[in-house]
Design a protein around this ligand. Structure first.
Ligand code: BG6
Length: 643
């Protein structure tokens, strides 16, 4: 559906000619829970980055509050030690840090002690007195949600809700644990603060690449006419992590992947990608568009959850670095019989004119084979394999890519998949931030665009609630159902197979070179392979190639082990992680000389025969290496030589 003409006009105006960032508004930032992890890891490094970039005003102060004995002096010393560990810039600017340090203050006290909040208020007034900062107070709840209500009540009792000038309360996730608790939390906040004083953080909105989704939609008109179900086949939003739950077992076991990632981060990205283009960058216009999009998500019934939602939990496996990884149920502070999902894949439908009939697939999990957040927009094409893809690489690689077909150099008219890439690191000089810079900067300026409103939060819980309910009512009978370090449960692959689609696993050079096979491969070869390989997950006992067949695909083993079986059913050898098989048929021009069967569940990469032939012709060294392997195997498979 073409864009509304006003939206088209808005694409010019909202981004074009916007002024470069200037110093933020004067203000006092109060951090409740200032001795915790968030302050030292993210908030202080972000403030320091803003200070280095000249974006904090002179009339600026931080007032920390936490339990314990800390004083302003010891708070400053502590933060000075921590910033050396957690700052994100190439070098440390002592002068800028001193500038910031001199603005740090501290007031100790327990959250249930009303007098402590009286002292806090007195200190906030004292540091702001006689300056513009007195008119702008930010109250940052860097505390466990268990304390939200009591701290809010104490703040109100101490008069923070009646402060003169602007005041805002910044709330970190998790925002509730289900629809009901999120509603209660909203009610309790709204009884003390106005909606425009409540800033709910989702740190994904602080990521440059997530904000770029909005810029991309608004400022690049060439895609607008194609941005609908008439031209787009489907959209995949994936956020995978290689880490397990680490030290967060207690939190995570009560939370699970749906609450931890899908309800917030993935739905935020979905909203940016699929909302109607807002007519301006006015915060409420953008937030209205996002809220409307979430309202159009079709709610799952119990049968839909069974059909369209896949859950997983990791069992023992191998980490990326080759070391053994424990299963989720063996992690510290996790129930040994836990039913908590650490992986989920969902198929959603958006019931609105723009997207009617087009599925969106969401996927996230821990302890997987690759860390990466990507949004893949697959355009319609006659042949699924050759379809154009637009890929938003959110992290760790940051960029946007178009995958398309190109003519291969040479006299024959042959096509090959190619990629056009915009890489943040090659395009911008900006220092690496924490993602919190823009959130703090916006909060100081009173710009709520990047913060979630009540309606968005409640809609996002409404979407996920049926999934949470159905999974709580029927414990999984197959957990753990994926190996740590693998590509996740087989059922997630089947979810797309059923629709005649497959997940686009965005390979990176780092992931390919992890397999010893490509360790010293030239960059051009790696770039070509990144686009050409397809992932294939096979179950234990599954046959991947059959002796005598004339297929030409090459397989790389990422995880697991397979056995090669000869004519008499004898075992010719095993192929394990980092090795390849399937090369003999192509290089020695033979039918398959052995059947290859998975001994355990395996994750493979497949290079299809045609691509394999083309690529090998361009890279004689890779061919030589494969030929060596093939000759060795051919020798070994002769009668009497098999192992
Ligand atoms: C947090 C989750 O919100 O996001 C974590 O609680 C998760 O479990 C993290 O690891 C992922 O954030 P990022 O920025 O590393 O993608």
């Amino acid at each position: 559906m073409p864009d509304h003409p006003r939206a088209a006009a808005a694409r010019q105006s909202p981004t074009a000619g916007r002024p470069a960032a200037s110093t933020a508004a004067a203000g006092v930032l109060v951090i409740l829970g200032a001795s915790g992890d968030l302050t030292k890891r993210l908030l202080m490094p972000a403030l320091y980055n803003l200070a280095c970039d000249g974006l904090l005003p002179d009339d600026f102060a931080v007032v920390g509050m936490a339990r314990g004995e800390m004083t302003t002096e010891t708070f400053r010393t502590q933060q000075r030690e921590e910033i050396a560990r957690f700052q994100t810039r190439r070098s440390f600017d002592e002068e800028r840090w001193r500038w910031l340090e001199s603005r740090l203050h501290f007031s100790a006290g327990d959250f249930d002690d009303a007098a402590a909040f009286g002292r806090l208020r007195a200190l906030v007034e004292e540091v702001g007195r006689g300056t513009a900062a007195a008119d702008n107070t930010l109250l940052y709840l860097a505390i466990s949600p268990a304390f939200f209500t009591v701290v809010n009540q104490q703040l109100a009792r101490a008069g923070f809700t009646r402060l003169p000038g602007r005041k805002r309360i910044i709330v970190e996730k998790p925002f509730g644990k289900d629809l009901e608790s999120a509603r209660r939390l909203n009610e309790s906040l709204l009884s003390l603060w106005a909606e425009d004083e409540i800033y709910r953080i989702d740190h994904y909105l602080g990521k440059e690449t997530v904000q770029n989704l909005l810029a991309f939609r608004l400022a690049n008109g060439m895609f607008a006419p194609l941005w609908n179900a008439g031209h787009i086949d489907h959209i995949q939003i994936t956020a995978t992590e290689t880490v397990g739950v680490e030290t967060r077992g207690e939190y995570y076991d009560k939370t699970g992947v749906v609450r931890d990632m899908l309800q917030n981060h993935l739905l935020q990205m979905l909203a940016y990608v699929c909302m109607e283009p807002p007519e301006s960058l006015d915060p409420d216009v953008v937030r209205n568009a996002k809220a409307r999009l979430l309202e159009s998500v079709r709610l799952f019934g119990p049968e839909d959850v069974r059909r369209d939602c896949v859950r997983g939990q990791y069992g023992r496996g191998v980490r990326v670095d080759g070391s053994p990884a424990v299963g989720y149920r063996e992690e510290p502070n996790v129930d040994p019989g836990s039913n908590t999902p650490t992986f989920a894949a969902l198929r959603l439908h958006l019931d609105n004119p723009r997207w009617a009939g087009m599925p969106v697939y969401l996927r996230s999990g821990k302890s997987l084979w690759k860390r990466g957040t990507e949004i893949v927009v697959q355009f319609k094409g006659e042949d699924g394999e050759g379809a154009n893809l637009l890929v938003f690489h959110i992290q760790p690689f940051q960029g946007v890519e178009i995958r398309m077909q190109a003519k291969r150099p040479g006299p024959a008219f042959e096509l090959q998949r190619a990629g056009m890439r915009f890489d943040y690191a090659e395009t911008f000089e900006a220092s690496r931030g924490t993602g919190y810079e823009v959130l703090l900067y916006s909060a100081l300026n009173g710009d709520p665009t990047l913060f979630s409103r009540t309606d968005f939060v409640e809609s996002s819980w409404r979407i996920m609630q049926p999934v949470l309910d159905a999974w709580a009512a029927t414990p999984a009978d197959d957990f753990p159902n994926y190996t740590a370090g693998s590509w996740g449960p087989r059922a997630a692959t089947a979810l797309l197979d059923r629709d005649g689609r497959h997940w686009h696993e965005c390979l990176s050079r780092e992931v390919l070179t992890r397999s010893g096979f490509f360790a010293n491969a030239p960059a051009v070869l790696l770039n070509t392979l990144m686009l050409a390989f397809r992932p294939l997950a096979v179950d234990s006992g599954a046959t991947v190639v059959e002796r005598g067949e004339r297929s030409l695909d090459l397989f790389i083993v990422c995880r697991g082990e397979l056995e090669a079986i000869g004519a008499e059913g004898e075992r010719l050898g095993v192929v394990s992680a980092g090795e390849c098989f399937g090369e003999m048929a192509l290089l020695l021009n033979q039918p398959r000389s052995a059947t290859v069967r998975a001994v355990v569940p395996c994750d493979l990469l497949v290079l299809e025969g045609d691509d394999f032939r083309r690529i090998i012709a361009d890279f004689p060294e890779a061919e030589a290496k494969l030929r060596q392997i093939a000759n060795g195997r051919s020798e070994a498979s002769r009668p009497g030589k098999g192992s």
